[in-house]
Design a protein around this ligand. Structure first.
Ligand SMILES: Nc1nc2c(ncn2[C@@H]2O[C@H](COP(=O)(O)OP(=O)(O)OP(=O)(O)O)[C@@H](O)[C@H]2O)c(=O)[nH]1
Ligand code: SF4
Ligand SMILES: [Mg+2]
Length: 406
């Protein structure tokens, strides 16, 4: 079961530290499995390795074992970059300190973690050989991190470390964040519009649709799922007014025409923009579409490298719709997977995917990273609604946007 949880809702925990500090040994101790390779040769772990685990009562987590950060030479530099990338997409960092204690390497790792604003625990490992000095512990506390004494060998402090990780997890991992449940009441009827076109995967629904349907059922709502062609007939045949219609963004314009104005309407992507990111900020970012100029470059950010289809949403449809809407001669660059470019300054706008495979913290970090460089950021669903002229309607059901406007 653990391995089947959607990746986007797993807490990502990176274990970082110098070579031989005992990062791999500690992952084995935390998970109770001897799966990570351990040896006394420094540099045993060369590439980041992910290990899934059920950290109760929190839920599914992934421990990321990383290469030691004191590697020297060209290869060492590449490993440092790989570790930094893992850190960038982690929700909690465990800085593992070995028998050398806190020295310059540890201090630079801690500075990197602090710069990325990642909740941090410092695990003083090998407690059977050495325990930290009072000065070391005080310095860690002064840095805003939590210092713990552990031993991967004896198991000392491992349960305390697990609890510290749970406590350090960002609030959204400890509190359930609703996708749609706070917009509807028990017994409400909700109509979901799911086009079955060439881009739809064979034999199944996509993850965002499944998650919304599941939450509607959890809330004791009545979920009616239709294709866009049937929406008008279904609404006409219903003997009560639906509390909400949720449509795939790609058909939002025609659905908006078919659904009477007094029935609240939104899109799956708008629900995910709120669930995974920050809807008011993404709506604000969409306003930048109106300011695009000839020659501007738009970054299309996709959180996973899925198989491209003929009329791909990020590569074909969104560039086409934004170009048509603005009438500008624009360039579009797609970045897929975990890579988010470092030179964000050369872009005028980021249009990000629904981020169903990303944790919310990483999506928020991406939004913050763009905003820090003055780069507006929006997402697919919000951008599509904007260029199709239905943005005001699809954001109307959300109380946080009504507060922003007033
Ligand atoms: N005495 C003692 N030795 C430990 C402890 N934890 C790890 N070690 C030993 O330290 C050495 C390095 O452990 P690893 O887990 O491979 O360290 P690592 O940080 O993953 O190292 P790299 O992958 O090379 O970066 C091994 O010989 C382990 O057996 C501990 O708590 N006590
Ligand atoms: S590109 Fe984004 S929205 Fe699409 S499947 Fe990947 S993570 Fe989910
Ligand atoms: Mg290792």
């Amino acid at each position: 079961m653990t391995d089947k949880a959607p990746r986007g809702v797993r807490l990502a925990i990176a274990l970082v530290g110098r070579r031989n500090a005992g990062k791999s040994s500690l992952i084995n101790a935390l998970t109770g499995q001897q799966t990570a390779i351990v040896s006394d040769t420094p540099g045993t772990t060369t590439d980041p390795v992910a290990k899934h685990y059920e950290l109760l009562p929190l839920g599914p987590v992934t421990f990321h074992d990383t290469a030691g950060l004191d590697d020297t030479g060209e290869l060492g530099e590449l490993r440092m970059q790989a570790t930094r990338k893992v850190l960038c997409r982690s929700d909690v960092a465990v800085v593992v300190v070995g028998e050398e204690g806190v020295a310059d390497h540890e201090r630079s790792i801690l500075a990197m973690v602090r710069e990325l604003a990642i909740p941090c625990i410092v695990a003083f490992n090998k407690a059977d050989l050495r325990t930290p000095t009072a000065d070391e512990l005080a310095a860690i506390r002064a840095d805003g991190a939590h210092g713990l004494v552990v031993s991967a060998h004896s198991g000392r402090g491992v349960d305390t470390l697990k609890q510290a990780i749970i406590d350090a997890a960002p609030l959204e991992f400890r509190q359930e964040r609703k996708l749609v449940g706070d917009l509807i009441g028990e017994g409400d009827w909700v109509v979901c519009v799911v086009p079955i076109d060439l881009a739809a995967p064979k034999g199944r629904l996509i993850l965002p649709q499944v998650q919304v349907l599941r939450e509607l059922l959890d809330c004791d709502a009545v979920a009616v799922t239709v294709k866009e062609r049937e929406i008008e007939a279904v609404l006409a045949g219903m003997n009560r007014r639906p509390a909400l219609v949720i449509t795939d963004s790609q058909v939002v314009m025609s659905v908006a025409g078919d659904v009477p104005d007094d029935i609240p309407l939104t899109t799956f992507s708008t629900l995910f923009a709120r669930h995974k990111g920050d809807l008011p900020r993404l709506v604000q970012g969409a306003a930048a579409i109106d300011a695009l100029e000839d020659g501007d470059t738009v970054l299309i950010g996709e959180a996973c490298s899925h198989h491209n289809v003929a009329d791909d949403i990020g590569r074909v449809k969104i560039p086409r719709w934004i170009s048509q809407y603005t009438g500008r001669d624009l360039r579009f660059e797609v970045y897929a997977g975990h890579d988010f470019p470092d030179d964000l300054e050369r872009f005028s706008l980021v249009v990000h995917c629904g981020a169903c495979m990303l944790g919310r913290t990483e999506m928020l970090r991406r939004i913050t990273q763009c905003e820090r460089r003055g780069l507006p950021v929006t997402n697919y669903g919000v951008a599509i609604s904007k260029v199709q002229g239905v943005l005001d309607r699809v954001i109307a059901p959300f109380p946080e946007l009504r507060q922003t406007e007033s």
